[in-house]
Structure formats: structure tokens, C-alpha cells
Design a binder for this molecule. Structure first.
Ligand code: IVH
Length: 622
């Protein structure tokens, strides 16, 4: 083929793939098999690879994603991205409709009812029929430019169909992850020993913020578009523009109704309050919008939300099922969490077998008895919670559920500090799930980021190769090779990853140590203030509580940690291995640099610092 023929062939393949994408992802009416599709795509990828001069950012091949790792650019929204007024009450929907009737007397009003998709809001800008930018909501005024990630979503057109679209417009919608993809993703995460996503919305948000679009491309995100904006739209009403957008290739809400009065609105709400469980994705309510742009304009906005639309939110779904037993789990900090095992029951699209009971107070409050019938509800967490007991269905002579007095794992007597909700197992150095949990926390991505170790910890521990976190740094390749599933290469990788973790800055090491109540933010504060673990070790309760945001609870936990000889030994071993236990020169200067070039006015009184201290801090940067 000569260059011209290649160009034509590439063009032809792109047209074909755009068409098949649309048939498959938007209309769900594929005309060719997946295999045939893959062949076309492979042909295109080969031709583009060998003829880079024909590169096009909107080629269907770009949906494969890239490995470039970069921070997202901040973009100011052309039209601010507002949210909607929310309500859980039908009466307030009536009030909404009454307000509108009053503001627009003698006018006939059309309402458009749509589903409220529970995902991540996105604004897509098209210029001359080509997707040029995709921006998240952010703070409503500015959001992240996630264009490369959004391009991997197959139902979002990179190039529009037909020719009657405006030169420039924005279309907004919701990116979401269908249930089936969410469950598959969490299964894979569980197998890899990674932390699970709490719900499909979090998973969609987390995926969209990934740096590598090639990873995003592997997660089947989807998107409904529900709002068109621009100065040259073809119609002067919402619904008609959505229909036009449909003809341009967008996936617009399938379940949408034009309503003329409150009864029709209620019908839509009631219908979807029931049918929502049959949908393959999450919705959390119904959105009601005034259709006419002219009427929208007359109604206007409050400070944050339009007066022409409202979101009615569904109440969380409950299910009733039988309590089978209660397990008591020991976390890495020794905290005991009671978890109920339930007769499996379907709730909001998934089967629920376990539910959290939080702590002993919660069990008392529920007055929970053996074999009780309980009500479970799904909040934003992975594990649903028990919200009530069907007291009428209690069998005779059942015993109340008693909280345990001794650790189910190591037998130590549990303690409960006054004012705290949780019971603890105090045997932190010898209680296996605490040791394992601390180690898993230590190697996690947000902590020391020792790749692949999370799933391996248990095996290393069970084989007696590591007894605490510091032992990781003294492992040899030969020892790792003793584990099942490890070969030369994977063992070397693990060793390299452990070696690499010695560069992790002190503030993250502080977090990785897993001291009770020392989360990421507190760890940062402590590292920046005390500069080294040596200084922190020497600090008294008073010195600790003088630091902004460090209270009694955190301070006592630190004192307790450093008073344990075992922890001092671990720290020594980490230090000898070369782990960062003090703030580095560059970090120190970057803390100071943040203040560079800024002028501070210091006036009034301060809770944690004297005025002189603050003035000193200013001089520090000079
Ligand atoms: S319309 C100015 N329609 O809900 C009105 N929003 O609380 C623009 N949402 O930020 C939004 N489904 O992320 C609209 N069918 C729908 C929606 C929807 C979900 C989200 C959206 C918005 C939030 C408002």
C-alpha cells in the first residue's frame, strides 16, 4: 500500500470501529462478534503504529488508554457545575411543584423525570463534533481534566454522528460502574489482597482518578448524559435537546418521562422506587426538571441550586433476615468488631450474608438475641449494618447476645477504656491477627508500598520467617523461595520492592507503623513537628498535646507505644536497615518553601502557639 492507500485504510477502519462502538455500547445492538471487532481494532493499531504521521487523538484506538503518569490539570468550568436541591419527602416534591405553579401562573408546565444516577458527575466539551475535554465536578467552579481516562469509556462518543450539532457545546452526565463490573473488580482485589471498594460509586470515582488510562480502559465504566449546555443548541427545551444529543451518538437516559402534573411525577417516583432493584447499576433517586429553558430562566437559581429542578432521594432499602451467629473479629489495633452472620438475603441488588454490629453498645441498644430476625440496611460501606430487630418475631427462651470477655484469637482478657466504644485485646505483641494486620498495614500501598507483599504476609508469618515488620528488611531471597507460588523472578521483585521502600519519607513511615489513632494526617503532623522518631520518642504528654490537632487520646497512644520495649527494638531494627526515621533535608525545606513569598499578619490570640512562636516561624524562612 502506498501512503495514500494507508491513510484511506486507516480512515475506513476508524469509521467502522466508531460505528460498531456505537452499535454495541450505546444501542446494545452489536452487528459483529467481539472477535471480528478485535481484528478490526488490531489492524488499526498496527497501521497507526507503523504510520505515526496519521495519529489522531480521537481515533477509536485511543480508547485503549496510555501509561503516561501525570497529575491532572485543573480546569475552570465554563458554566459552574451546580448541584440539585435534595429531598427525601414526597411533601417537599409537592411544595416544589406548588412554588413553580405560583411563580409561573397561567402557564402550562412540562416536567421531565429522570433517574438520579449514583456515580461521578462529568462535563464533556465537544468542538466541531470532536470530544476535546472531560472535566470532573471538583468544587463546582474548577475540576480535574480527566480527558484521557474518559476517552476509554466506550459509550462516550469521541466523534459525533450526523452534522446538525452546534460547533461548540458541553454535555454533562454521570459516569458509573455497573454492578457486575463492580463485583468482578472487588473479587479480583480480594484475591490480590488489596483493599476493596466500598460501593460502585467509590469504585467509579477511584477509577476515574487513576493516573494510567490503560488501567482505566480495563474497567468497564459507563456513562449516561443528562444535561446539554451551550449558546447554539437546536431546541429551547431540555428533553428535545437530549433527543438531539441521542441522534449525535450519546447514551442518554433510557428511563425518562414527560409529566404534566404532580400525579404523573409521583407515578414515576413510585414506579422506580420499586423497579430500581432490577437495574444493573445504582440509582439513588429521581430528578425532576422543568423542561422549557424559558421557564427555567424565569425560575432562576438560589445560591447553589436551580429552582427549576429537584432531586427526590430514595430511602435506603432494608431487608429482614435471620441472625445465625455473631463472630468477633480482631483488627490490627486489637479493636474487637462484632460481625453478624445472616441467613443470606437479597438487598439492593446483592446478596448479604454478613452485617456489622459495630460494638457492644450497639448490641445492647438493639437488644439482640440469638436467632432474632433483624433488619439490615446498606449505607455507604461494603458491609451492611443491622438497624433493628423484629421484636415480635423473637422465639421463646432465646438468650441475649453477650459480648465476649476474652480475645477469641489469643485468649487475653479484653479491656475497654472509659469513654471509648470499642473493646481491645491488649496483647498487641503476641496476638496473631494483630501482628499480621499491622504487617499488612505496613506494606500497603498508602504506607510502605511494598508491592505484592500484602498477600504474602500471611504465608511469611505462618512459616515463621517474619515475626514483626522489621523482619521484612532482613529476609533473604532463599527464604522467600521457600514459599509456594514464589519463583526466582517474583522473589527478586519482592526483595527489590522492600529495598525501594527504604526511600519512603518519614511521614509515611510514621503512618505505616500502625500506632493506634495515628492516621495519615496525624502522621504527617507528627513528622513535620518532631522531625525524627528519636525526638518523638522523647516527647512528654504535654509536649505532644501542644502540637496542633494532637489531643490526649493520640498522645497517650504514642506514649504507650514508645513505652513498649518490643516497639523500641523494632524501631532500632528498622533504623539499622536504612528505613527513613527522620525527615529528610529536602522535605524539611519543602515544608518551609510552602510559606515562601507569602506574607502573614499575626494578630489576636492563639490556642496552641504564642505570638512569638509564630513570629519565629516567619523568621525561619528568611
Ligand atoms: S441534572 C443543574 N440529572 O446529581 C442540574 N443530575 O445532586 C444539573 N445526577 O451533580 C444536574 N443523575 O451528579 C441531573 N438525571 C440527572 C442526574 C443528576 C444524577 C447527579 C449529578 C448532580 C447531582 C445533583
Amino acid at each position: 500500500m502506498n501512503k495514500e492507500q494507508i491513510r484511506e485504510k486507516i480512515q475506513q477502519l476508524r469509521e467502522q470501529l466508531h460505528h460498531h462502538n456505537y452499535m454495541y455500547y450505546v444501542l446494545a445492538q452489536p452487528e459483529i462478534t467481539d472477535f471480528e471487532y478485535d481484528i478490526l481494532l488490531q489492524d488499526l493499531l498496527n497501521l497507526e503504529h507503523n504510520n505515526p504521521e496519521f495519529f489522531d487523538p480521537n481515533s477509536p484506538s485511543q480508547r485503549v488508554g496510555s501509561d503516561i503518569n501525570k497529575e491532572f490539570k485543573q480546569v475552570t468550568h465554563k458554566y459552574p457545575m451546580l448541584s440539585l436541591g435534595n429531598t427525601y419527602s414526597i411533601e417537599e416534591v409537592t411544595e416544589f411543584e406548588n412554588r413553580i405553579k405560583k411563580a409561573l401562573p397561567d402557564e402550562s408546565i412540562e416536567y421531565i423525570c429522570e433517574l438520579k444516577y449514583d456515580g461521578v458527575a462529568i462535563g464533556l466539551t465537544y468542538k466541531n463534533g470532536v470530544l476535546v475535554q472531560a472535566v470532573t465536578r471538583g468544587d463546582g467552579a474548577q475540576g480535574d481534566d480527566v480527558t484521557n481516562n474518559v476517552k476509554t469509556i466506550k459509550s462516550i462518543p469521541l466523534r459525533l454522528r450526523g452534522n446538525n450539532f452546534p460547533d461548540e457545546f458541553e454535555i454533562r452526565g454521570e459516569i458509573f460502574l455497573p454492578h457486575s463490573s463492580f463485583e468482578k473488580m472487588n473479587d479480583e482485589k480480594e484475591a490480590a489482597g488489596e483493599q476493596l471498594f466500598a460501593n460502585p460509586r467509590n469504585a467509579a470515582a477511584g477509577t476515574l482518578k487513576l493516573q494510567k488510562s490503560s488501567v482505566v480502559a480495563k474497567r468497564p465504566l459507563d456513562c449516561y448524559l443528562y444535561f446539554v449546555l451551550g449558546s447554539k443548541l437546536p431546541y429551547n427545551s431540555h428533553f428535545e435537546n437530549l433527543m438531539a444529543a441521542k441522534s449525535w451518538g450519546f447514551k442518554i437516559p433510557e428511563h425518562i418521562a414527560k409529566c404534566r402534573n404532580i400525579e404523573e411525577i409521583f407515578n414515576f417516583i413510585n414506579e422506580w422506587d420499586i423497579k430500581r432493584y432490577d437495574l444493573p447499576f445504582d440509582i439513588d433517586g429521581v430528578v425532576i426538571k422543568v423542561n422549557s429553558y424559558q421557564q427555567q430562566e424565569e425560575l432562576g437559581f438560589t445560591a447553589k441550586t436551580p429552582r427549576w429542578a429537584i432531586a427526590y432521594k430514595f430511602k435506603a432499602e432494608q431487608a429482614r433476615t435471620k441472625l445465625l451467629s455473631v463472630d468477633f473479629q480482631v483488627g490490627r489495633t486489637g479493636a474487637i468488631t462484632p460481625v453478624a452472620n445472616l441467613d443470606p438475603v437479597l438487598l439492593a441488588g446483592t446478596t448479604v450474608k454478613r452485617a456489622s454490629l459495630h460494638n457492644s453498645d450497639q448490641i445492647k441498644l438493639l437488644n439482640l438475641h440469638e436467632n432474632d430476625f433483624v433488619f439490615v440496611e446498606k449505607g455507604g460501606e461494603i458491609i451492611p449494618k443491622i438497624v433493628g430487630v423484629d421484636q415480635n418475631a423473637r422465639a421463646l427462651n432465646t438468650k441475649p447476645i453477650e459480648f465476649i470477655t476474652h480475645c477469641p484469637e489469643c485468649g487475653s482478657e479484653l479491656i475497654r477504656v472509659d469513654g471509648e466504644a470499642k473493646h481491645y485485646c491488649p496483647n498487641s505483641n503476641n496476638c496473631p491477627p494483630q501482628i499480621k494486620g499491622r504487617m499488612e498495614h505496613f506494606v500497603a500501598r498508602k504506607a510502605m508500598n511494598i508491592g505484592g507483599a500484602e498477600a504474602t504476609i500471611e504465608a511469611l508469618f505462618d512459616k515463621g520467617l517474619i515475626k514483626d515488620i522489621s523482619d521484612l528488611y532482613y529476609l533473604t531471597k532463599e527464604q522467600i523461595l521457600l514459599l509456594d507460588r514464589f519463583a526466582e523472578k517474583s522473589a527478586s521483585n519482592l526483595i527489590a520492592s522492600i529495598e525501594e521502600s527504604k526511600k519512603i519519607p518519614f511521614q509515611r513511615v510514621m503512618f505505616a507503623l500502625g500506632i493506634r489513632f495515628v492516621g495519615e494526617t496525624v502522621a504527617k503532623t507528627l513528622a513535620n513537628h518532631f522531625k525524627s522518631i528519636e525526638n518523638l520518642k522523647k516527647a512528654s504528654i504535654e509536649q505532644l498535646t501542644q502540637v496542633h490537632e494532637i489531643g490526649e487520646r493520640i498522645a497517650s497512644s504514642l506514649i504507650e507505644y514508645f513505652s513498649d520495649e518490643k516497639n523500641i527494638q523494632i524501631i532500632e531494627k528498622l533504623k539499622n536497615a536504612g528505613v527513613q526515621l527522620q525527615i529528610s533535608q529536602s522535605e524539611e525545606s519543602s515544608v518551609i518553601k510552602k510559606l515562601d513569598g507569602k506574607t502573614f499578619v499575626i494578630s489576636g490570640t492563639f490556642e496552641k502557639h504564642s505570638r512569638d512562636e509564630l513570629l519565629d516561624l516567619q523568621n525561619l524562612k528568611k
